[in-house]
Design a protein around this ligand. Sequence first.
Ligand SMILES: Nc1ncnc2c1ncn2[C@@H]1O[C@H](COP(=O)(O)OP(=O)(O)OP(=O)(O)O)[C@@H](O)[C@H]1O
Length: 252
Amino acid sequence: MTPILSAKNVCIFYGQKQAVNNVDFEVQRGSVNALIGPSGCGKTTFLRAINRMHDLTPGARVTGTILLDGQDIYDPAVDPVSMRRRVGMVFQKPNPFPTMSVFDNVVSGLKLAGERNNGKLMEVAERSLRGAALWDEVKDRLKTPATGLSGGQQQRLCIARALAVDPEILLMDEPTSALDPASTSKIEDLMTELKKVTTIIIVTHNMQQAARVSDTASFFLNGDLVEHGPTDQIFTSPRDERTEAYVTGRFG
Ligand SMILES: Nc1ncnc2c1ncn2[C@@H]1O[C@H](COP(=O)(O)OP(=O)(O)OP(=O)(O)O)[C@@H](O)[C@H]1O
């Protein structure tokens, strides 16, 4: 199978400091992929390279190649704004647009892309909110401020907002670390549903979560991708002793 995402020899620098070293990484369509490893090992740095967020960080530099569906996302001919529509992102803390209603948050990306048809906007809002398992909870309060939702609902709203533009890949940076166990469990269930329509790459510190939700896992240490493989194998019979030490809780 041709991978939807293929990274080759990726190095990422903040000024003189190298945070990610020569990473090769592939992701298959319709899978959930967990990036694991101790704090400061480069997981978020690598994740952010996948939708060119480092373009916005002064002094940050990415080298190597990242192909999305065969297209080099760092090709100068690629428009980063339209590329980011293909690679959605959900952050650690829910970040709905605070001045907007629930509905306007969900359709904000579509409106930016020029969609004005109310029927179409409503249709996409409902589909995305259903996709994020939030519709039943908010269908009667679509016009109320997004900030009135609970933290877990706000995070699912951010997932709906990302889904509304049909991303090919959804990046999730510790999406449940600010949530209670019930909200965490809802989002974990959701990931299993979402891989029917998109491909997920998630950074998580929670090993149980990685084991529950992911098909493949990638262990990062000091900027290196030490080991990448099926999650079962990474957790039960890792090839590298450093991976074993980490997944068995001996450090991290
Ligand atoms: N904007 C930045 N400027 C300079 N250095 C940075 C910046 N962001 C991250 N770093 C450094 O790059 C390295 C990797 O950080 P990164 O946030 O990618 O790690 P991480 O594995 O995601 O950690 P955590 O699990 O704690 O979020 C760290 O040494 C960090 O201090």
